[in-house]
Design a protein. Sequence first.
Length: 418
Amino acid sequence: MATTPAPPQAPPKPTWDPRRPQPVFPWLRPTIRIRLTLLYGGMFLIAGILLLSIIYLLAAQAISTGNQPLFKIVGYDKLSVSSDNCPAINMAGSSSLSLGDFNSAIAQCVDHQRQAALDNLLSRSLLALLGLAVIAFAFGYAMAGRVLSPLGRITRTARAVAGSDLSRRIELDGPDDELKELADTFDDMLERLQRAFTAQQRFVGNASHELRTPLAINRTLLEVHLSDPGAPVELQQLGKTLLATNERSEQLVEGLLLLARSDNQIVERKPVDLAEVATQAVDQVHAEAEAKGVTIRGVRKPAVVQGNGVLLERIALNLLQNAVRYNVPEDGWVEVTTEIQHGQAVLSVSNTGPVVPAYEIDNLFEPFRRLRTERTGSDKGVGLGLSIVRSVARAHGGHIAAQPREGGGLVMRVTLPV
């Protein structure tokens, strides 16, 4: 008799918690709130004790001054009274005063001495308060800088990471408070970002090899077959079509790889003159412009920036190629200028061409997007030129702006920091 197999056992529950362990008494954790409360509470208590002590000393001195005798008797034969603080009593030494006048003079002297003691106490108390305020502000500024110093460290690390230095870490030491938790979380995020960018660079390198090799083999085979003079005309026509398609695929692969590489910040920078870059791009496009009847003009002034010369040349070349290819059939022109404006280097490419609506400008910078077309067959490019230009400009800390011209065409302005 067959036995019924036992039902599978449920997997054991994990005995560990991947989350951060919680302390037994979370309210005893030295958080920033508790530390700041103790700091400013202690400062207020110390300032209060100092102020009370100073007021006590000043009041004791004022009382001691107020207890000084108002007058002294300088003779017994004929009553003579002298006072340094009450000139009215001194009149008793030279003339007879009635008892009422004498008592009134003494009362005035008492009021005068009391007011002088109060004025002296007030002035010294204000000076003491001013001194304590200066000390309190200086001490508070120093303590606030000490408490907030981890934030400055986090900020400096974030700026270094913004410059594509993903290997930097904060590694903040100190009590387990909110700032250390923030720094540890930021370090974990940087670790994941570095792994992601490393994997992306490895993928770009592998894709560069795996995609270029078959296309290069196909191009070689097609060129060999096309070089055969005895090949039929139909086969030659098919070979030319396949060769053009293969060339278009190679351009697409190169554009995608360049777009992937140019999305990051440029780490190694060298002085590059935009005027020289633009001149080289004009030389490369000159033959195509002559074939289409397009005139290239413009004054190119020196504009030196810090960046990658190959990528900056790609900016000028892509803009010039678009300006020549998307131009009017006759009497077209392209104007290329470089200059320094408001402390920034500007590369401007203007051209005649079809009228471009303003609402279509943003779409031109998207991959595989053209004016009024998407992913359509065209011999003018693969739809990545302006996307590459924008990515390279951003990688250099600049930006590109496009504006329609009156009568047709565009004005492209690439602004880069000097």
